[in-house]
Design a binder for this molecule. Sequence first.
Ligand code: ADP
Ligand code: 3PG
Ligand code: MG
Length: 406
Amino acid sequence: MMTTRKRSVRDLQVKGKRVFVRVDFNVPLSHGAVSDDTRIRSSLPTLKLILEAGGSAVIASHLGRPKGKPAPELSLKPAGERLAALLGRKVLVAPDCVGAAAEELAGRLGPGEALLLENLRFHPEEEKNDAEFGRSLARLADLYVNDAFGAAHRAHASVVAVTRHLPDPAAGLLMQSEVQALTRLRDHPEKPYVAVLGGAKASDKIDLIHNLLTRVDAILIGGAMAYTFLKARGVPVGTSKIETDRVEGAADIISRAMNTGVRLHLPVDHVVAQSPEPGRPHRLTDTAHIDDGWCGFDIGPRSREAYAEEVRAAATIFWNGPLGMCEVEPYDAGTSAMARAIASTRAFSVVGGGDSVAAVNRLGLASRFSHISTGGGASLEFLSGVELPGLLALSDVTESAPGRAR
Ligand code: ADP
Ligand code: 3PG
Ligand code: MG
């Protein structure tokens, strides 16, 4: 019998070659420094494999959402410094990700040397999956490896277009291990299966919840996304951030959950403030209702307890997105309560997303989770059954089963 798998970095002959490595260094920053380096650490096995085999690495990532223009506060320099410290090697940082300077620096790389390109999203062509921009990136290297599981759901130039101009695009070791861990959760989740969803990217996530509805027993919603759902239920949410064009989608999800027997929980109380600056007054609401002029920044204690109860009964838990503005005290309490609730279960538990994983790490609870995923939106899409463009772009290898162990 023949089986097909994605080509792996291990299949490539990297000695003496320059390898373009797409990583996801979209890491949380605080005062200009990397505040959680999980995503950088996770890229080390692939980078070391290439560098120790006598290849050189041209490393590329996005950071934040600079909207196609250079933004100094979203430079990858701090990530480059952290990478150099973790690798124990010098890492040059190019002033741009394409163009003459980047080509010259890449051209001078010797075996075992690494160059980090500046933020891909300083160019609007990256997010447009622009063919010419993909070609410019490809000029920097001989081979292509994608280790950016966290960005595999984005059909962007460094993920898709570039792969058309380099031979045998391959998956990195992180990409492979993420796919392996999450495939188990996608295909064989033990029931009850509870999804916990929060964070800020409501417009991305709401459509995916439709797909999740057929897979899970309960969905717990928090974070900024919760207010769009409450609005859809007709609950006043004060000045909380809502995505007006997703209110209808949220209403659909609420009614589909009701019809299919999925328990969809929304916050029943909140921590609110007029502004989130530390030290500004905040208060608890009695109900889900938020008064005019007030904004929700965290779920309240009764919501935390109701969510913890669902989590305690689960056999499988997937969590993406903080339940409040967790980088600002006291709005981290809902997220911390969720991390502790999951950590104290024996369920198969996965937490994914730069900010969610950072919150779990801050509490020292990472080892209590079954899998820490570097993907937020990517893991959510994968578990919803969506085929990720970053995986589709990699070449297949067909071999006779059972195949070599990798
Ligand atoms: P992840 O990185 O885990 O995938 P996201 O990037 O989607 O998660 O969201 C993380 C961000 O969401 C954090 O910066 C957090 O401050 C923000 N956030 C969560 N809840 C709220 C809220 N109620 N109001 C404003 N921002 C929020
Ligand atoms: C993430 O943090 O989920 C990934 O790095 C993708 O970032 P994006 O949502 O800005 O595309
Ligand atoms: Mg994030």
